[in-house]
Design a protein around this ligand. Structure first.
Ligand code: NDP
Length: 233
């Protein structure tokens, strides 16, 4: 039976790779996007900073393909700045999208999973969450917050057979890293045992596994897909 899947920010980058991978595996996949919808997938407009849009998007997905059984909270953004130059808005907007936005989507979609007594929730964090990164105090705080959020929900929702896990990618070949200087990228790769960027499809493979029936006894886990960059963190 195809499952009803929702991937936030699934119109490009890692989210699109995740959506395509789950669709290939036979699931019925919807994505949220703010701008260009991808071809071949149900796309619903949603800015995760707006609770009303989150509610409308999940309602639409439920109407078209049934209650969400697999949720991948992937939408995220960066506003890099050194601490002394980081404005309050730089900090709160990244938290609002990357952490509170995940709370909004998970809370809305989990309702159906609790009712159905089963489901899969996968959150996309980052290797930066526990390692930290110069210029990314806002982003790392949000991504680290996701881990405590996921583990709390793993406890709350475990009795309803809903698993909650985190995938933690290292530097991945998408538009998001365009703002990172060549020097900074080179420094990160020098500190990555596998010495290269991740491909979005490699992150998608980890998500696909955690979302699969085979991963039914894995919850509260943080799975790095980072070429070894964050080992020991
Ligand atoms: P992209 O910039 O390519 O894609 C980001 C996605 O998030 C887009 O679909 C974008 O939608 C969506 N998004 C951003 N803000 C919002 C918002 N307020 N509401 C709804 N959707 C939003 O980045 P990646 O694919 O690289 O990133 C995907 C996830 O992976 C993010 O959570 C990121 O933090 C994480 N990650 C990325 C790494 C990397 O090196 N690339 C490393 C580790 C983690 P739209 O098209 O409308 O802008």
């Amino acid at each position: 039976m195809p499952r009803s899947v929702l991937v936030t920010g699934g119109n490009r980058g890692i989210g699109l790779a995740i959506a395509r991978s789950l669709a290939e595996a036979g699931d019925t996949v919807a994505v949220t996007c703010r701008t260009d919808p991808p071809e071949g997938l149900l796309a619903v407009r949603c800015d995760v900073t707006d609770p009303a849009q989150v509610d409308e998007a999940v309602t639409e997905v439920e109407r078209v393909q049934g209650p969400v059984e697999v949720l991948v909270a992937n939408a995220g953004m960066t506003k890099d700045q050194l601490l002394l130059r980081m404005t309050e808005e730089d900090f709160t907007s990244v938290l609002d999208t990357n952490l509170t936005g995940v709370f909004r989507v998970v809370k809305r979609a989990a309702r159906g999973m609790v009712r159905a007594r089963g489901g899969r929730i996968v959150l996309i964090s980052s290797a930066v969450a526990l390692r930290g990164e110069t210029g990314q105090a806002n982003y790392a705080a949000a991504k680290a917050g996701l881990i405590g959020f996921a583990r709390s929900l793993a406890r709350e929702l475990g009795p309803r057979a809903v698993t909650v896990n985190v995938v933690s990618p290292g530097l991945t070949h998408t538009a998001m890293i365009a703002g990172l200087s060549q020097g900074r990228q080179a420094a990160i790769l020098a500190d990555t045992p596998l010495g290269r960027l991740a491909r979005p499809e490699e992150v998608a493979a980890a998500v696909r596994f955690l979302a699969s029936p085979e991963a039914g006894f894995i919850t509260g886990a943080v799975l790095p897909v980072d070429g070894g960059a964050a080992m020991g963190h």
